[in-house]
Write a protein that binds this ligand. Structure first.
Ligand code: MG
Length: 285
């Protein structure tokens, strides 16, 4: 059942101000799990060649076997690219969680697959919420079922900092609420001294999209260890990279490809971005 209410898995009593949203397929994962578990034949045509020494017929039997434990090694390789990559992802998630980030997944995949994989690889506990728009439910967990971007938009006013990692840049282009708050903050309230952005501001003051700008390619093999390091550098750098934030938004809009329903929104963005740089040139702030 589709619901507009955001599901949160736990409440530790402490309100975090920072959130990071991960796409699942080919971002956190090494391969496209949705296709792997939905249609192995389509999967093998597009992703089969990216896996060394894996026989697609065997893989089909493995994914259909209810006892995944017997195949832990091969599944670790296929789904997460091996032990080393999986360990790095776990370390990264632990570090950002320890640094007061709420961590979410927003995916176009099936809830049942995502929850099964996160639990099997002992990653489930890192996530505060999971959104899976394909709506095949899990017996263990109620995912939200919103379009990917709408899930993030639902948190626009909850967090002061929002980070989004997705191999598909068009998803970043679709965000409305989060970016609107950024525009209001940065451009409509001109002049604002960047270094004086108040910590008490109730609106999101920082949004960074990570995708092509860190080398993450659509439908390829997800985040590498180097990309995780780049993300870490940005998200723990509290004041220095505000201009990179603007640039990363610019990149995402330029690479968004097809026009979506945000046409007017994008025009507004460009207008205020130009204004910002003009004023900056005149040293008004
Ligand atoms: Mg993806």
């Amino acid at each position: 059942m589709q619901s507009d209410t955001i599901v949160e898995t736990y409440n530790e009593g402490k309100k975090n101000e920072k959130a990071i949203f991960f796409d699942f397929d080919c971002t956190l994962t090494y391969t496209h799990v949705y296709w792997l578990l939905t249609d192995i034949h389509q999967y093998s045509q597009k992703w089969g060649s990216t896996l060394d020494n894996i026989d697609m017929n065997n893989l089909e039997l493995i994914i259909l076997d209810p006892d995944w434990e017997k195949y832990r090694n091969i599944l670790t390789y296929v789904i997460f690219g091996g032990d080393e990559r999986l360990a790095q992802i776990r370390l990264f998630l632990q570090k950002i969680k320890d640094n007061d980030f709420d961590i979410f997944i927003t995916s176009n995949g099936n809830c049942v697959d995502i929850v099964k994989i996160l639990k099997f690889f002992d990653l489930f506990h890192f996530f505060k919420g999971i959104n899976a728009s394909m709506r095949l439910p899990s017996p263990d967990y109620n995912c939200n079922e919103l379009p990917k971007h709408r899930y993030i938009d639902g948190f626009a006013k909850t967090y002061k900092e929002i980070y989004y990692v997705d191999d598909d840049p068009t998803e970043n282009g679709k965000l409305r609420e989060v970016k609107q708050l950024i525009f209001e903050r940065r451009y409509l309230n001109i002049p604002v001294k960047i270094e004086h952005i108040g910590k008490t501001d109730p609106n999101v003051k920082r949004y960074i999209y990570f995708g092509k700008n860190i080398g993450l390619e659509k439908d390829k093999n997800g985040l590498t260890i180097e990309m995780l390091n780049q993300i870490e550098k940005y998200i723990f750098d509290t004041e220095q990279n505000l201009e990179n934030t603007i640039e990363s938004n610019q990149i995402s809009i330029q690479t968004a490809g097809k026009k979506n329903d945000d046409d007017t929104f994008e025009k507004k963005y460009i207008k205020y971005k130009k204004k910002y740089f003009e004023l900056k040139k005149l040293k008004k702030f």
